[in-house]
Design a protein around this ligand. Structure first.
Ligand code: TYD
Ligand code: MG
Length: 456
């Protein structure tokens, strides 16, 4: 064996490095994720500082900013998630399950940028040029500002980038890229880490905005993008239900903007289309006049999203009642049911309960508590809540309804979608009183909310 080669073990989930194999990773507690990799040690003295690579410190006022720091991607929902457009010289990681639409979204971005006159290079290590063309044909017309390349060797990529000088580049996917100097297979932690490093140097050095696609798989042999998250500027996750056609793009890290924003898309025959008004989309086809259903509001970044909360409460046939929650936190639902039992006096301990956020959205904001409680009571009593009622508010352990942030935005969204009544915390009264044209029911206790709409 060569002297400067060393065997180390990497956790494929989080990138934890160890000199021996372990069953459980001390970093992320995952089991059986360590994989052996040979790493080459750099010859002694290679990292030595010379005059050439020694950077000079500068003062803030001397740093020049150009006005075209951000470019629009031509897709409003993506711009919103990125914090207002693509930042020049940024490195963005787009992660998601296979088949969710990462390549489609980025190809659409390429098309829009090319139409604006930006030079774009799409580097694919996964698909052949013909396959990309097939996808492009579904999306629409392209112009010659977009160039395609099938390549996996990073040194070649660096060279081509230096020659072509694109303004934006896409690397699909990081798991297929490899660096000559690293002996482990593409997709392993050291390859992924080194490849990202090279791409980062290209992005920062040449001022190219680079999008990297990363796969997330549960198998141990592919390095999860978790390892990369620390290295890149922005991490976007593309998620969605395989059975539903809509997709959600979420920022989990963003050096240039907020991480709360989401973008909503729908996968159609001709690529991903933006969903400008997600509430309308999610409430479409809602059953009318049935018990156990109410509309609640959750903020996703600066945008209020209305969703239908459904509950089904029925007599339990076993000693231990069955509880299930889909789309929201299971423990939170149990907690709210305990509050209802103790403070409202309904006997839920002998009932099975199922709570579902319709449409496959995942929501964990406490503002939907009031909606969950009202849906459960509505189903328990078998009384339908009027269709045009929306409720929001956090429910505390004493049965009190607590204030939530951005109440006026939530009320306005409900008004825009034609709701006539909003049930909201008393503490939000001051901020919402000015809004006209919609009936507001302020409540301090969960009991008052129930009395307001569920008592016959
Ligand atoms: P893709 O972008 O290849 O996914 P990823 O790169 O994340 O693995 O998306 C693939 C899915 O999208 C595939 O199942 C086909 C579907 N699709 C459409 O429904 N409409 C379209 O216009 C395109 C291009 C793809
Ligand atoms: Mg793909």
């Amino acid at each position: 064996m060569l002297k400067n080669k060393k065997i180390v073990y990497f956790c494929q989930e989080c990138g934890y490095e160890s000199s021996k194999w372990m069953g459980q990773c001390p970093g992320c507690r995952a089991w059986n994720t360590f994989v052996e990799e040979a790493v080459t040690k750099k010859p002694a003295g290679s990292g030595k500082i010379t005059d050439k690579n020694l950077a000079e410190p500068v003062v803030l006022s001397k740093i020049s900013m150009t006005s075209d720091e951000r470019k629009s991607s031509g897709i409003g929902e993506l711009d919103r998630v990125l914090g207002g457009g693509i930042v020049t010289g940024s490195l963005v990681l787009v992660g998601g399950d296979p088949g969710i639409g990462k390549s489609t979204l980025l190809l659409q971005v390429c098309r829009n940028l090319a139409l604006q006159g930006t030079s774009v290079l799409y580097i694919s290590g996964e698909e052949s040029l013909r396959q990309i063309k097939l996808r492009a044909d579904r999306i629409g017309e392209f112009n010659d500002q977009l160039q395609l390349l099938c390549e996996t060797n990073l040194e070649n990529i660096r060279e081509i980038m230096e020659r072509k000088k694109p303004q934006v580049a896409i690397v699909d996917s990081i798991q297929t890229m490899f660096h000559d100097q690293i002996s482990s297979a593409p997709g392993s932690v050291s390859q992924v880490r080194e490849s990202t490093n090279v791409l980062m140097q290209i992005a920062k050095g040449m001022g190219v905005s680079i999008f990297i696609v990363g796969h997330v798989t549960k198998e141990g042999n592919v390095a999860g993008p978790r390892v990369l998250e620390h290295m890149v500027d922005t991490v976007l996750y593309f998620e969605g239900d395989r059975h539903a056609s809509y997709r959600i793009l979420r920022a989990v890290k963003n050096r240039f903007g907020s991480t709360n924003e989401i973008g909503v898309f729908e996968m159609q025959e001709n690529g991903l289309q933006e969903v400008k008004n997600p509430s309308e989309y999610l409430l479409d086809g809602r059953p009318e006049n049935t018990s156990g259903s109410i509309v609640a509001c959750s903020m996703e970044g600066t945008r209020p999203i209305l969703v239908e909360i459904q509950a089904l409460v029925c007599q339990s046939n076993f000693g231990i009642p069955r509880r299930t929650s889909v789309g929201t936190d299971f423990n939170r639902v149990n907690l709210l049911m305990a509050v209802l039992e103790k403070k409202v006096g309904v006997h839920l301990s002998s009932s099975d309960a199922y709570v579902n956020i319709a449409g496959g959205m995942k929501m964990t904001e406490p503002a939907i508590d009031l909606g969950i409680c009202l849906a459960i009571i509505s189903s328990y009593k078998d009384i339908a809540i009027p269709d045009r009622v929306m409720a929001f508010g956090e429910v505390g352990l004493s049965g009190e309804v607590r204030a939530v942030s951005m109440a006026p935005q939530r009320v306005s969204e409900a008004k825009k979608l034609g709701f006539d009544t909003v049930i909201l915390p008393m503490a939000c009264r001051d901020s919402c009183e000015k809004i006209q044209g919609i009936r507001m029911v302020y409540v301090s206790w969960i009991r008052e909310a129930i009395d307001a709409i569920l008592e016959k």
